[in-house]
Design a protein around this ligand. Sequence first.
Ligand code: AVI
Length: 319
Amino acid sequence: MALAIRFHDQLSQTSTTSFRDETLRGLAATPKWASPKFFYDRRGSELFEQITEQPEYYPTRTEVAILTQAASEIAEIAGPDADLIEFGSGASRKVRLLLEAMRPTSYLGIDISDDFLRSSTQRLAADYPWLDVHALSADFCDELHLPKGFDSRCPLAFFPGSSIGNFTPAQAQQFLRRLHSLLPVGGGLLVGVDLVKDRAVLEAAYNDAAGVTAAFNLNLLERIRNELASDIDPARFTHKAIFNAVQSRIEMHLASVEEQTVIIEGRRFHFEAGETLHTENSYKYSLESFAALARLARFDSIQQWTDPQQLFSVHYLKR
Ligand code: AVI
Protein backbone atom coordinates (compact mmCIF):
# COMPACT_ATOMS: atom_id res chain seq x y z
CA MET A 1 0.00 0.00 0.00
CA ALA A 2 1.37 3.40 -0.95
CA LEU A 3 2.04 5.69 1.97
CA ALA A 4 0.19 8.98 1.72
CA ILE A 5 2.28 11.83 0.39
CA ARG A 6 3.22 14.39 2.96
CA PHE A 7 2.78 17.78 1.39
CA HIS A 8 4.63 20.73 2.89
CA ASP A 9 4.16 24.30 1.72
CA GLN A 10 6.92 26.85 2.11
CA LEU A 11 5.86 29.09 -0.74
CA SER A 12 5.27 32.38 0.97
CA GLN A 13 1.72 33.69 0.90
CA THR A 14 3.32 36.56 -0.94
CA SER A 15 4.19 34.60 -4.09
CA THR A 16 1.74 36.59 -6.24
CA THR A 17 3.16 39.77 -4.76
CA SER A 18 6.65 38.62 -5.61
CA PHE A 19 5.62 37.90 -9.24
CA ARG A 20 4.09 41.37 -9.40
CA ASP A 21 6.95 43.16 -7.65
CA GLU A 22 9.75 41.39 -9.52
CA THR A 23 8.01 41.92 -12.86
CA LEU A 24 7.59 45.65 -12.20
CA ARG A 25 11.20 45.93 -11.01
CA GLY A 26 12.59 44.09 -14.04
CA LEU A 27 10.54 46.08 -16.53
CA ALA A 28 11.63 49.37 -14.98
CA ALA A 29 15.32 48.42 -15.35
CA THR A 30 17.64 49.09 -18.29
CA PRO A 31 17.99 46.66 -19.99
CA LYS A 32 14.62 45.12 -19.11
CA TRP A 33 14.66 41.70 -17.43
CA ALA A 34 12.29 39.10 -15.95
CA SER A 35 13.09 36.20 -13.64
CA PRO A 36 12.97 32.74 -15.32
CA LYS A 37 11.51 31.19 -12.17
CA PHE A 38 8.16 32.68 -13.24
CA PHE A 39 8.09 30.53 -16.40
CA TYR A 40 6.79 27.63 -14.36
CA ASP A 41 3.05 27.98 -13.90
CA ARG A 42 1.16 24.82 -14.95
CA ARG A 43 1.20 25.75 -18.66
CA GLY A 44 4.89 26.71 -18.46
CA SER A 45 5.78 23.42 -16.73
CA GLU A 46 3.88 21.50 -19.43
CA LEU A 47 5.65 23.43 -22.19
CA PHE A 48 8.99 22.73 -20.53
CA GLU A 49 8.18 18.99 -20.55
CA GLN A 50 7.48 19.33 -24.30
CA ILE A 51 10.79 21.15 -24.82
CA THR A 52 12.60 18.16 -23.33
CA GLU A 53 11.13 15.99 -26.10
CA GLN A 54 12.23 18.21 -28.99
CA PRO A 55 14.94 16.67 -31.22
CA GLU A 56 17.13 19.80 -30.92
CA TYR A 57 16.99 19.86 -27.10
CA TYR A 58 19.78 17.38 -26.32
CA PRO A 59 20.20 17.99 -22.51
CA THR A 60 17.36 15.81 -21.24
CA ARG A 61 17.90 12.69 -23.31
CA THR A 62 21.68 12.95 -22.82
CA GLU A 63 21.35 13.29 -19.05
CA VAL A 64 18.93 10.34 -18.97
CA ALA A 65 21.45 8.23 -20.93
CA ILE A 66 24.25 9.22 -18.51
CA LEU A 67 22.10 8.46 -15.45
CA THR A 68 20.97 5.12 -16.90
CA GLN A 69 24.60 4.04 -17.23
CA ALA A 70 25.79 5.53 -13.95
CA ALA A 71 22.83 4.70 -11.65
CA SER A 72 24.35 1.68 -9.92
CA GLU A 73 27.67 3.46 -9.40
CA ILE A 74 25.79 6.46 -7.96
CA ALA A 75 23.88 4.14 -5.60
CA GLU A 76 27.17 2.62 -4.47
CA ILE A 77 28.75 6.03 -3.75
CA ALA A 78 25.60 7.22 -1.93
CA GLY A 79 25.54 4.11 0.27
CA PRO A 80 22.63 1.97 1.53
CA ASP A 81 21.21 4.59 3.94
CA ALA A 82 20.90 7.46 1.50
CA ASP A 83 17.56 9.22 0.99
CA LEU A 84 16.81 11.41 -2.00
CA ILE A 85 15.94 15.10 -2.16
CA GLU A 86 15.14 16.38 -5.63
CA PHE A 87 15.36 20.10 -6.39
CA GLY A 88 13.12 21.35 -9.19
CA SER A 89 11.49 17.95 -9.42
CA GLY A 90 9.10 18.84 -12.27
CA ALA A 91 7.82 15.61 -13.79
CA SER A 92 10.25 13.59 -11.59
CA ARG A 93 11.18 11.26 -14.45
CA LYS A 94 14.97 11.15 -14.10
CA VAL A 95 14.76 10.47 -10.40
CA ARG A 96 13.08 7.14 -11.14
CA LEU A 97 16.41 5.82 -12.40
CA LEU A 98 17.95 6.70 -9.03
CA LEU A 99 15.00 5.43 -6.99
CA GLU A 100 15.24 2.07 -8.70
CA ALA A 101 19.02 1.81 -8.25
CA MET A 102 19.14 3.16 -4.67
CA ARG A 103 15.84 1.97 -3.18
CA PRO A 104 15.91 4.78 -0.56
CA THR A 105 13.45 4.86 2.35
CA SER A 106 12.37 8.45 1.70
CA TYR A 107 12.07 10.88 -1.18
CA LEU A 108 11.47 14.63 -0.97
CA GLY A 109 10.52 16.50 -4.17
CA ILE A 110 10.88 20.31 -4.10
CA ASP A 111 9.34 22.51 -6.77
CA ILE A 112 7.91 25.99 -7.19
CA SER A 113 5.06 24.70 -9.39
CA ASP A 114 2.62 23.58 -6.72
CA ASP A 115 0.01 21.54 -8.61
CA PHE A 116 2.59 20.04 -10.98
CA LEU A 117 4.51 18.88 -7.90
CA ARG A 118 1.38 17.33 -6.40
CA SER A 119 0.59 15.27 -9.49
CA SER A 120 4.15 14.08 -10.10
CA THR A 121 4.72 13.03 -6.46
CA GLN A 122 1.34 11.28 -6.45
CA ARG A 123 2.52 9.22 -9.43
CA LEU A 124 5.76 8.36 -7.62
CA ALA A 125 3.88 7.27 -4.49
CA ALA A 126 1.60 5.06 -6.60
CA ASP A 127 4.48 3.50 -8.55
CA TYR A 128 6.80 2.97 -5.56
CA PRO A 129 4.61 1.80 -2.67
CA TRP A 130 7.70 1.13 -0.52
CA LEU A 131 8.76 4.78 -0.71
CA ASP A 132 7.92 7.45 1.87
CA VAL A 133 7.13 10.40 -0.42
CA HIS A 134 7.31 14.04 0.69
CA ALA A 135 6.55 17.06 -1.47
CA LEU A 136 7.66 20.57 -0.63
CA SER A 137 6.37 23.50 -2.63
CA ALA A 138 9.05 26.12 -2.25
CA ASP A 139 11.17 28.59 -4.14
CA PHE A 140 14.62 27.19 -3.60
CA CYS A 141 16.15 30.54 -4.55
CA ASP A 142 15.01 31.57 -1.04
CA GLU A 143 16.24 30.32 2.33
CA LEU A 144 15.29 26.63 2.53
CA HIS A 145 14.47 24.38 5.48
CA LEU A 146 13.89 20.67 5.23
CA PRO A 147 10.32 19.97 6.36
CA LYS A 148 9.60 18.40 9.74
CA GLY A 149 8.96 14.70 9.27
CA PHE A 150 11.62 14.33 6.59
CA ASP A 151 14.50 13.08 8.72
CA SER A 152 17.39 11.77 6.76
CA ARG A 153 20.76 10.92 8.23
CA CYS A 154 22.35 10.68 4.82
CA PRO A 155 20.58 12.64 2.08
CA LEU A 156 21.63 12.75 -1.54
CA ALA A 157 20.42 15.99 -3.10
CA PHE A 158 19.65 15.70 -6.80
CA PHE A 159 19.62 18.83 -8.96
CA PRO A 160 19.23 17.60 -12.53
CA GLY A 161 18.64 19.19 -15.90
CA SER A 162 21.34 21.88 -15.71
CA SER A 163 18.93 24.08 -13.76
CA ILE A 164 22.05 25.32 -11.98
CA GLY A 165 22.88 26.96 -15.33
CA ASN A 166 19.89 29.27 -14.90
CA PHE A 167 21.75 30.98 -12.05
CA THR A 168 24.66 33.33 -12.72
CA PRO A 169 27.93 31.71 -11.56
CA ALA A 170 27.82 33.95 -8.44
CA GLN A 171 24.23 32.88 -7.67
CA ALA A 172 25.16 29.24 -8.37
CA GLN A 173 27.99 29.47 -5.86
CA GLN A 174 25.64 30.99 -3.30
CA PHE A 175 23.06 28.24 -3.93
CA LEU A 176 25.75 25.55 -3.57
CA ARG A 177 26.89 27.13 -0.30
CA ARG A 178 23.32 27.03 1.00
CA LEU A 179 23.05 23.35 0.02
CA HIS A 180 26.39 22.72 1.68
CA SER A 181 25.07 24.01 4.97
CA LEU A 182 21.77 22.14 4.56
CA LEU A 183 23.50 18.78 4.11
CA PRO A 184 25.13 16.83 6.94
CA VAL A 185 28.81 15.86 6.64
CA GLY A 186 28.95 12.94 4.21
CA GLY A 187 25.79 14.10 2.38
CA GLY A 188 26.02 14.24 -1.40
CA LEU A 189 24.88 16.43 -4.26
CA LEU A 190 24.32 14.98 -7.70
CA VAL A 191 24.06 17.81 -10.20
CA GLY A 192 23.45 17.87 -13.96
CA VAL A 193 25.49 20.48 -15.80
CA ASP A 194 25.32 21.39 -19.48
CA LEU A 195 28.68 21.65 -21.25
CA VAL A 196 29.92 24.44 -23.50
CA LYS A 197 29.94 23.41 -27.16
CA ASP A 198 29.39 24.52 -30.75
CA ARG A 199 27.25 27.66 -31.06
CA ALA A 200 25.05 26.01 -33.73
CA VAL A 201 24.15 23.05 -31.48
CA LEU A 202 23.44 25.35 -28.53
CA GLU A 203 21.33 27.85 -30.45
CA ALA A 204 19.30 25.10 -32.16
CA ALA A 205 18.44 23.65 -28.74
CA TYR A 206 16.80 26.95 -27.72
CA ASN A 207 15.19 27.65 -31.12
CA ASP A 208 13.43 24.36 -31.84
CA ALA A 209 11.72 24.14 -35.22
CA ALA A 210 8.34 23.28 -33.67
CA GLY A 211 8.34 26.59 -31.77
CA VAL A 212 7.87 25.05 -28.31
CA THR A 213 10.66 27.09 -26.70
CA ALA A 214 9.16 30.21 -28.26
CA ALA A 215 5.76 29.35 -26.73
CA PHE A 216 7.45 28.67 -23.36
CA ASN A 217 9.17 32.07 -23.43
CA LEU A 218 6.01 33.92 -24.57
CA ASN A 219 3.97 32.18 -21.85
CA LEU A 220 5.62 34.55 -19.38
CA LEU A 221 3.74 37.40 -21.06
CA GLU A 222 0.51 35.36 -20.90
CA ARG A 223 1.08 35.10 -17.15
CA ILE A 224 1.56 38.86 -16.87
CA ARG A 225 -1.62 39.44 -18.89
CA ASN A 226 -3.66 36.88 -16.90
CA GLU A 227 -2.38 37.37 -13.37
CA LEU A 228 -1.58 41.08 -13.25
CA ALA A 229 -3.64 44.04 -14.41
CA SER A 230 -2.07 44.44 -17.84
CA ASP A 231 -2.81 45.08 -21.51
CA ILE A 232 0.40 43.34 -22.65
CA ASP A 233 -0.12 41.43 -25.91
CA PRO A 234 2.21 38.43 -26.41
CA ALA A 235 1.57 38.61 -30.20
CA ARG A 236 3.55 41.88 -30.26
CA PHE A 237 6.74 40.14 -29.06
CA THR A 238 8.96 37.44 -30.58
CA HIS A 239 11.21 34.83 -29.04
CA LYS A 240 14.97 35.23 -29.44
CA ALA A 241 17.73 32.91 -28.14
CA ILE A 242 21.43 33.54 -28.78
CA PHE A 243 24.71 32.19 -27.41
CA ASN A 244 26.82 34.80 -25.64
CA ALA A 245 30.29 33.20 -25.93
CA VAL A 246 31.99 35.76 -23.67
CA GLN A 247 29.65 34.92 -20.78
CA SER A 248 29.32 31.26 -21.86
CA ARG A 249 25.55 31.42 -21.72
CA ILE A 250 22.46 31.09 -23.86
CA GLU A 251 20.35 34.21 -23.45
CA MET A 252 16.61 34.14 -24.03
CA HIS A 253 14.84 37.38 -24.81
CA LEU A 254 11.40 38.58 -25.87
CA ALA A 255 11.84 41.23 -28.54
CA SER A 256 9.21 43.89 -29.13
CA VAL A 257 8.12 43.70 -32.79
CA GLU A 258 7.31 47.43 -32.82
CA GLU A 259 7.54 50.54 -30.69
CA GLN A 260 4.87 50.21 -28.01
CA THR A 261 3.87 51.10 -24.47
CA VAL A 262 2.41 48.42 -22.20
CA ILE A 263 0.52 48.98 -18.96
CA ILE A 264 1.13 46.70 -15.98
CA GLU A 265 -0.55 47.38 -12.63
CA GLY A 266 -1.14 50.98 -13.62
CA ARG A 267 2.46 51.60 -14.69
CA ARG A 268 3.52 52.33 -18.26
CA PHE A 269 6.55 50.66 -19.85
CA HIS A 270 7.89 51.84 -23.18
CA PHE A 271 9.56 49.47 -25.68
CA GLU A 272 11.49 50.63 -28.75
CA ALA A 273 11.03 48.43 -31.84
CA GLY A 274 13.42 45.47 -31.37
CA GLU A 275 14.07 46.26 -27.69
CA THR A 276 14.15 43.10 -25.61
CA LEU A 277 13.03 41.80 -22.26
CA HIS A 278 15.82 39.45 -21.09
CA THR A 279 14.02 36.41 -19.65
CA GLU A 280 16.63 33.71 -19.03
CA ASN A 281 20.32 32.83 -18.96
CA SER A 282 21.46 29.26 -19.33
CA TYR A 283 25.16 29.04 -18.45
CA LYS A 284 27.32 26.36 -20.02
CA TYR A 285 30.39 25.06 -18.16
CA SER A 286 33.43 22.90 -18.85
CA LEU A 287 34.02 19.92 -16.53
CA GLU A 288 36.86 21.86 -14.91
CA SER A 289 35.06 25.19 -14.55
CA PHE A 290 32.13 23.52 -12.80
CA ALA A 291 34.38 21.51 -10.46
CA ALA A 292 36.16 24.78 -9.60
CA LEU A 293 32.81 26.47 -8.82
CA ALA A 294 31.85 23.53 -6.57
CA ARG A 295 35.19 23.80 -4.73
CA LEU A 296 34.49 27.48 -4.03
CA ALA A 297 31.34 26.28 -2.24
CA ARG A 298 33.51 23.80 -0.26
CA PHE A 299 32.21 20.66 -2.00
CA ASP A 300 34.58 17.85 -2.99
CA SER A 301 34.11 16.62 -6.53
CA ILE A 302 33.97 12.82 -6.17
CA GLN A 303 33.04 11.69 -9.67
CA GLN A 304 31.96 13.12 -13.04
CA TRP A 305 30.15 11.33 -15.85
CA THR A 306 29.65 12.54 -19.39
CA ASP A 307 28.42 11.17 -22.75
CA PRO A 308 30.67 10.16 -25.68
CA GLN A 309 30.05 13.52 -27.43
CA GLN A 310 30.71 15.50 -24.23
CA LEU A 311 27.38 17.30 -24.54
CA PHE A 312 26.33 17.07 -20.89
CA SER A 313 27.78 16.11 -17.52
CA VAL A 314 26.66 14.77 -14.15
CA HIS A 315 28.79 15.59 -11.07
CA TYR A 316 28.79 13.81 -7.71
CA LEU A 317 29.82 16.32 -5.04
CA LYS A 318 30.29 15.48 -1.40
CA ARG A 319 30.10 17.67 1.67
C1 AVI B 1 15.34 24.38 -16.77
N1 AVI B 1 16.48 24.85 -17.54
C2 AVI B 1 17.68 24.10 -17.20
C3 AVI B 1 16.24 24.91 -18.99
C4 AVI B 1 17.52 25.36 -19.73
O1 AVI B 1 17.91 24.65 -20.66
O2 AVI B 1 18.11 26.36 -19.33
C5 AVI B 1 15.11 25.86 -19.29
C6 AVI B 1 14.91 26.08 -20.75
N2 AVI B 1 14.79 27.25 -21.31
C7 AVI B 1 14.60 27.09 -22.60
N3 AVI B 1 14.65 25.81 -22.88
C8 AVI B 1 14.84 25.15 -21.72
